[in-house]
Design a protein around this ligand. Structure first.
Ligand SMILES: C[S@@+](CC[C@H](N)C(=O)[O-])C[C@H]1O[C@@H](n2cnc3c(N)ncnc32)[C@H](O)[C@@H]1O
Length: 261
């Protein structure tokens, strides 16, 4: 792989923490979508213009999946700050209610796995300290920041660093959160999400999607969201949908088939 290309892509501050292999995955994706560029790349004939095009497209993909969420999340003391984080701020109004509704269905869990947790860790005070948290994030740096926060606040936890679409080992838990994650991992279709949903070893999954655009405005329709309901129905998992203006949650019971009710 072209190390210079990876370096150039990571030159952007919000993308600098990402592992090279994750960047490489998206370089290959962009090349696959553009056969002319791919051919030039393979023959080592990329012009400066071509390289710029690749850098721009890959940064765009990485930003959608990662960079934009980690912008301005730590304050000048290098500590996590809920006020600064768009995704968690969006949820502030509903957090308490969300957890009440989720645990009404799942019962109070002993172990939670939080995939692509981001700053959702800042809401664990609403869940409590009698729970063991397995917390996943993509990059070393973000895992460090999260770990520091959880340690300082005396949570029982374990960090699972890595790309959920790759072969990372997932522990068995009572509940697994996939809050606003699936939109970040799917590429062309929803096969990646399906694989992940099937492989998680938890009775309950809580899957959520934002109903807001990046600028925070309410999006009027989500034709793309029908896929998750069709997928859960095809897999024959029973689910409960909890809807708010800003976010929709699906509490999925993997042990109960939809035909049971
Ligand atoms: C929209 S944010 C949601 C964060 C958090 N779950 C929440 O709802 O507040 C998506 C998160 O998933 C993480 N992420 C994206 N792709 C990932 C992957 N392949 N493996 C693990 N985490 C990933 C990003 O770093 C980011 O923190």
């Amino acid at each position: 792989m072209d190390i210079q290309l990876i370096k150039k892509i990571k030159d952007k501050k919000t993308l600098s923490n990402i592992d090279d292999s994750f960047v490489e995955k998206f370089i290959l994706l962009i090349l696959k979508q553009n056969s002319k560029l791919e051919a030039k790349y393979k023959k080592n004939l990329l012009k400066e213009r071509d390289r710029e095009q690749i850098v721009k497209s890959v940064r765009n993909e990485l930003n959608k999946r990662y960079g934009q969420f980690w912008e301005k999340t730590v304050d000048n003391k290098n500590e996590l700050n809920l006020e600064l984080h768009s995704s968690t701020r969006e949820r502030e109004r509903i957090y308490q209610d969300v957890y009440e509704k989720i645990f009404e269905i799942t019962g109070k869990p002993k172990k939670i796995l939080d995939l692509g947790a981001g700053l959702n860790v800042l809401s664990y005070d609403l869940i409590g300290k009698n729970v063991y948290y397995y917390v996943n994030e993509l990059t070393e740096k973000d895992c460090e920041i999260i770990s520091e926060y959880l340690k300082n606040n005396k949570y029982k936890f374990e960090i699972i660093k890595g790309d959920v679409t790759k072969d990372i080992k997932l522990p068995e838990t009572d509940v697994c959160f996939l809050f606003k994650l699936l939109d970040s991992i799917d590429v062309k279709d929803h096969k990646t999400s399906e694989e992940l949903i099937k492989k998680i070893k938890a009775r309950y999954l809580v899957i959520s999607f934002s109903n807001l655009s990046i600028r925070g405005a309410r999006e009027m329709n989500h034709p793309q969201r029908g896929w998750i309901e069709r997928l859960l129905e095809r897999l024959d998992y029973k689910y409960t949908k909890i809807e708010y203006t800003e976010e929709t949650f699906y509490v999925v019971d993997k042990t109960r088939q939809s035909s049971d009710h």
